[in-house]
Design a protein around this ligand. Structure first.
Ligand SMILES: [Zn+2]
Length: 375
């Protein structure tokens, strides 16, 4: 499996200036190439190279490789859409290939800038050591909210999957982000509180409508997304560890179940929740794959209305959002926990109902460096 690792660069002021200058020169060159590509309707690397290579090296002071990458970036844009005149942002991401970057040490990379090569220390959370031999293809330098990130691709071996006798059932929700069939519960309070705080601030900023208010809005939005990602990372890590430690597989609802679960009215909130479910699920999938833990998706119908003890199905079994109380056998328990037990039960007793998603797992995944605070 190919993972994308995100390294957070620890630049000092001088290095930051050098990287910014490089980014600005490459993107200015891209706009120069873009004018040619648009005017002459070219989306071919070789032809663009012929037209622009020497010009951009001279005008923008680019090294051979940075010039080639700039041409490549413009070519890709015009390959996607030739009818549009593409404009490249001053601080848009730029690509690095193996000729212009390398690992200097386990925690330092060496990058080419306009003037010289510089060594920059980096941090990342999840993978403590990178096997340099497994790094693949091109990397990207990204500048966001005053911080540089370097994205690299790395090939990670997948351990063989054991065939488990039992599964850890996972119920996903909004009030509780995840509840396991062991009775463990991951609250959504932190995320939901932050969201609520941002929502009231958002209303104020939108009323203002100024340019700086809009910028602040975007920044808040990114912060919210980042926070949610961190939370999802920690939850999925704990779940996979728990399953691995106890020699079990993981059972979750398939996507239809997740979609039905989102019963919020406002479309914006709906979008946010479906994104978060998808993110958590993706993280569970690749972490399970890396740990050699089997993950299956089960038919989600009636998991919330079915009694996990006697199998009686009724809407009346669910008197409130948080309570499950069976009208037939009087089994009473937290509603999410009951659903998690049902999800576990479905795969354990009825294997054909379960769809193994190992084959469907996306080839390339984004791995984010986050610390789980003692996890
Ligand atoms: Zn019952």
């Amino acid at each position: 499996m190919i993972l994308t690792l995100k390294l957070k660069l620890q630049t000092n002021k001088e290095q930051e200036q050098k990287l910014l200058k490089t980014m600005e020169a490459v993107n200015a060159a891209c706009n120069y190439i873009s004018d040619v590509a648009y005017e002459k309707q070219i989306a071919n690397q070789y032809v663009l190279h012929k037209h622009c290579y020497y010009d951009i090296r001279e005008k923008f002071g680019l090294s051979a490789q940075l010039a080639v990458r700039a041409i490549g970036k413009v070519k890709q844009a015009y390959k996607r859409d030739k009818k549009k005149h593409h404009i490249f942002k001053e601080h848009g991401a730029i690509a690095y290939d193996h000729r212009i970057w390398k690992f200097k040490m386990a925690d330092t990379i060496n990058l080419k800038t306009l003037d010289e090569r510089i060594d920059i220390p980096f941090v990342f959370g999840d993978y403590r050591s990178i096997d340099i031999k497994r790094v693949r293809g091109q990397a990207d330098l990204v500048y966001r909210d005053g911080v540089f990130y370097f994205y690299i691709c790395i090939e990670v071996p997948e351990p063989p999957q054991a065939e488990p006798d039992d599964y850890l059932g996972i119920d996903l929700g909004i009030v509780s982000i995840a509840t396991t069939s062991d009775g463990e519960n991951f609250s959504g309070n932190q995320v939901n509180n932050l969201r609520a705080r941002h929502a009231s601030l958002r209303a104020k900023l939108q009323a203002k409508g100024t340019k700086s208010a809009k910028r602040l809005l975007k920044k808040r939005k990114r912060k919210e997304t980042r926070f949610q990602r961190d939370v999802n990372h920690c939850i999925s890590k704990k779940i996979v560890e728990q399953a691995k430690r106890t020699g079990r597989g993981i059972a979750i609802e398939d996507l239809i179940g997740i979609r039905d679960r989102i019963r919020v009215r406002k479309s914006q909130r709906r979008q946010q929740h479906s994104w978060s479910f998808y993110d958590l699920r993706t993280k569970l999938e690749y972490k399970a794959l890396l740990a050699g833990v089997k993950l299956v998706a089960v038919d989600p119908r009636y998991t919330s209305q079915t009694c996990s003890q006697c199998g009686y199905i009724s809407k009346a079994n669910r008197p409130s959002q948080s309570t499950f109380s069976c009208k037939s056998c009087n089994f009473s328990v937290n509603a999410d926990y009951n659903a998690a037990l049902n999800i576990r039960g479905r795969v354990a007793v009825n294997q054909p109902n379960a769809v193994s998603i190992e084959a469907k797992a996306p080839k390339q995944l984004l791995l984010l460096g986050v610390n789980c605070g003692g996890a």
